[in-house]
Design a binder for this molecule. Structure first.
Ligand code: 3HC
Ligand code: NAI
Length: 702
């Protein structure tokens, strides 16, 4: 037997231990080890077998690195059959995260016990897949159809205590030592003559499913997970669990699992799984770079961003001092935080106790002397370089040596801000996205002089507060906002060419964007972009650029906050509606600029809006602003809701072919005669060489 899976007999209990760091994923060696161990147990003196894992977690799923490679026996269903058909009673002992294939392994056992801190889940949908080893058939047999469908279609984890309530687990182990507790539980089952509970012998009562339930679920999921096919196939599997005997249901599940495994959506989502984890790694920093302790935080500026950022830290138990300019602003900021927590509580997502605990961690001040001892300061005041420099000079004279001084600026020069202090090595950018307590992305901006341990600490603390971190060097707008300019520009240019706002937004939403850029502009406020453009005079040379946004602001249409922008909004529901007044304005502008309006295809809308992202992304790579193409994908998926099922802009470009992207960009350059359509040199070179961004990246890294 291997070291990866061991088996030993202690008294009348056999113990299978899986030890395959980091997360005990079901590699071929683990599958083989499990099969060997359960086979051994059949012939020895054991009365029951406990299946447990070493390290930080129970099995966290199939080994994703094996996907797309040749099959290697034994396959997981064979291992699960052996566990389920074991003549000795098998108890799974769960700690950490029993996810995907890992949870399916436990469902093939006869009983499941877990620490209260454990979680179970079937997150396959997040990889564009469905649980392919019986999860869709066994889960509804235990928890009922509705719970199972919610769990599998969302992919969200379920806390052990809740899983026990709905029947997915049989016992919570109070003992600190899980193995000791699980062995005692197994003995008790044996002594009480507990039956071998094989889930395959259960069935789902068809009467428990209301007529039309599956149809309704399909509709809802299609609206929620645009461009993804996995949710639909999950519904089919659960339907099979109700309508078919176990073996047929399993065959159906396998067939649909294989279909999804070969889908481009799943390939893209698996790319994002690894891209997300890679993005947190800084290439030239050794893994063992020391980090600083962060036990207290101050936020300067309690507006839209500052309040949300404060919540991120309070949510993980770190005390925060919110610093505002005067008492009135401070009370307003603290009030908004309280209101936000209240909304979460009313939705049932936070208990009153937890809310009180979190609020108690947030204090306020208008005096910099109160933040002298904090470990990390994040500045989130108005987007004004002079003001930011002033504040950093103040932080320099008030904060203890070694405190990390971060700015949440969206565009300003982090190096200029750092230069306002006597300790530029302690300065870094932490660019959160709005709403900061919800959006997953954190761009960590590396200043010219940011110290290694400051960067390593920022990455670590970002992960601690639940963010997906990606590193950017300093440039105007960093990775995300710098790329966004061309996307927003073209969405408006398409209107001049003859599109309506709803045509542009719908085409991009059908592609999978959560919200089209024009509707997004209305949500954020058209006046924000307008003011930013006024401040950048170099942008106003071409009168056609952002013309529509400017005209709307001049008409007093700032977006949702004034009830109208590119659309008009129902005051009650905030539903967007086309507005003939906007269509007329667009036509007039087109006449003024002598643009011949025409029919524009969805394909052109996609190319016009996404190719500028890709082109700027290529520049960002060549300049070394982003470390890797997959970091850019991470930024776009987690910060800008680019569909994970398309893998991010750079992956998407690789799939279409860089030669095609390059040719289209040249065509747009020739058609519009605009400088901003010049192809990036890296794109031109790779298109000529027939390479992808991923190949370029792999070659650079040897
Ligand atoms: N296969 C291979 N590697 C995996 C893995 C998996 N299932 N899950 C995690 N890893 C790797 C990560 O890539 C990372 O590697 P790195 O250190 O080289 O970057 C390392 O394990 C640690 O992962 P995290 O950084 O994510 O560690 P966390 O402690 O933050 O999270 C976790 C742990 C909650 C288990 C998280 O890794 C996770 O959610 N993993 C994915 C679980 C999953 O999707 N399972 C379903 C797989 S599909 C399946 O099971 C199909 C089946 O139905 C047939
Ligand atoms: P905001 O206007 O909502 O809040 C700024 C707050 O800073 C105000 O409450 C103001 O009273 C306070 N303030 C001003 N001067 C101060 C001082 N000297 N000391 C203490 N507090 C002071 O602004 P918002 O939107 O929160 O933006 C803050 C920063 O975050 C900006 O740099 C912005 O570019 C950046 N950002 C904004 C995002 C957004 O979507 N709003 C997204 C990401 C970054």
């Amino acid at each position: 037997m291997s070291d990866i899976v061991t088996y030993e007999l202690q008294g009348n209990i056999g113990i299978i231990r899986v030890n395959s760091p980091p997360v005990n994923a079901l590699s071929q060696a683990v599958r083989q080890g499990l099969l060997d161990a359960i086979t051994t147990a059949q012939a020895d003196a054991s009365d029951a077998v406990v299946l447990s894992c070493e390290g930080r977690t129970f099995i966290a799923g199939a080994d994703i690195t094996e996907f797309g490679k040749p099959r290697r026996e034994p396959m997981l269903p064979q291992v699960l059959d052996a566990l389920e058909n074991s003549s000795k009673l098998v108890v799974a002992a769960i700690h950490g995260t029993a996810f995907g294939g890992g949870f399916e392994v436990s469902l093939a056992c006869h009983y499941r016990c877990a620490l209260a801190s454990a979680q179970v889940g079937l997150p396959e949908v997040k990889l564009g897949l469905l649980p392919g080893a019986g999860g869709t058939q066994r889960t509804p047999r235990l928890s009922g159809v509705k719970f199972a469908l919610d769990m599998i279609a969302s992919g969200n984890p379920v806390a052990a205590v809740r899983a026990r309530e709905v029947g997915l687990l049989d016992a919570i182990i109070e003992d600190k030592d899980l193995l000791v507790g699980a062995m005692a539980y197994a003995k008790q089952l044996v002594e009480s003559g507990a039956p071998m509970k094989r889930i395959r012998d259960l069935s789902v009562d068809p009467q428990s499913v209301e007529p039309g339930f599956f149809e309704e679920a399909r509709k809802k999921l299609a609206a929620r997970a645009r461009g993804q096919i996995a949710p639909d196939r999950i519904v089919s599997c659960i339907e099979a669990a109700v309508a078919m005997p176990m073996d047929e249901g399993l065959l159906r599940e396998r067939e649909l699992f294989i279909e999804l495994m070969q889908s481009p959506e799943s390939a893209a989502m698996r790319h994002i799984f690894f891209a997300e984890r890679q993005a947190a790694k800084i290439k030239d920093l050794p893994k063992d770079t020391p980090t600083r302790n962060i036990n207290s935080v101050a936020i300067i500026g309690g507006g839209t961003m500052g309040g949300g950022i404060a919540m991120c830290f309070a949510n993980v138990g770190i005390p925060v001092v919110l610093v505002e300019i005067d008492d009135e602003s401070l009370q307003r900021g603290l009030g908004i935080i309280r209101k936000n927590y209240n909304i979460t509580m009313q939705k049932g997502k936070l208990t009153e106790d937890k809310m009180a605990q979190r609020l108690a961690l947030i204090s306020g001040s208008t005096d910099y002397a109160d933040i002298a001892e904090v470990d990390l300061v994040i500045e989130a005041v108005f987007e004004n370089l002079e003001l930011k420099k002033e504040i950093f000079a103040k932080l320099d004279s008030n904060c203890k040596p070694g405190a990390i001084l971060a700015t949440n600026t969206s565009y300003q020069d982090v190096d200029a801000i750092a230069a306002a202090t006597s300790r530029p090595q302690d300065v870094v950018g932490m660019h959160f996205f709005s709403p900061a307590n919800v959006m997953r992305l954190l761009e960590v901006v590396r200043g010219e002089k940011s110290a290694d341990d400051v960067l390593a600490t920022t990455m670590r603390i970002g992960k601690k507060i639940g963010k997906v971190c990606a590193l950017s060097r300093v440039c105007y707008g960093f990775i995300g906002n710098r790329m966004l300019g061309g996307y927003a520009r073209e969405a408006q240019m398409l209107l001049l060419d003859g599109c309506t706002p709803q045509q542009v937004d719908s085409a991009l939403e059908r592609f999978g964007m959560a919200m089209g850029p024009l509707a997004m502009g209305d949500l954020a406020g058209l006046d924000v972009g307008y003011k930013a453009r006024q401040a950048r005079k170099e942008l106003t040379d071409d009168p056609k650029l952002f013309r529509m946004g400017t005209r709307l602001v001049e008409m007093g249409r700032y977006g949702q906050k004034t009830g109208s922008g590119f659309y008009k909004y129902d005051p009650e529901t905030r539903r967007r509606m086309p507005d003939p007044e906007v269509d007329t304005m667009i036509r007039r502008e087109a006449e003024k600029f002598e643009v011949q309006q025409r029919e524009v295809s969805d394909e052109e809308i996609h190319a016009r809006c996404f190719f500028p992202l890709i082109n700027e992304g290529a520049r960002i790579l060549e300049e070394g602003i982003a470390q890797r193409p997959s970091d850019i994908d991470t930024v776009y998926v987690f910060g800008y809701a680019f569909p994970a099922a398309k893998g991010g802009p750079m992956y998407y470009a690789d799939q279409i072919g860089l030669d095609r992207v390059y040719a289209s960009i040249c065509e747009f350059r020739d058609r519009y005669g605009a400088d901003y359509w010049q192809p990036a040199p890296l794109l031109e070179r790779l298109a000529g060489e027939g390479k992808t961004f991923a190949q370029w990246d792999a070659e650079r890294n040897g």
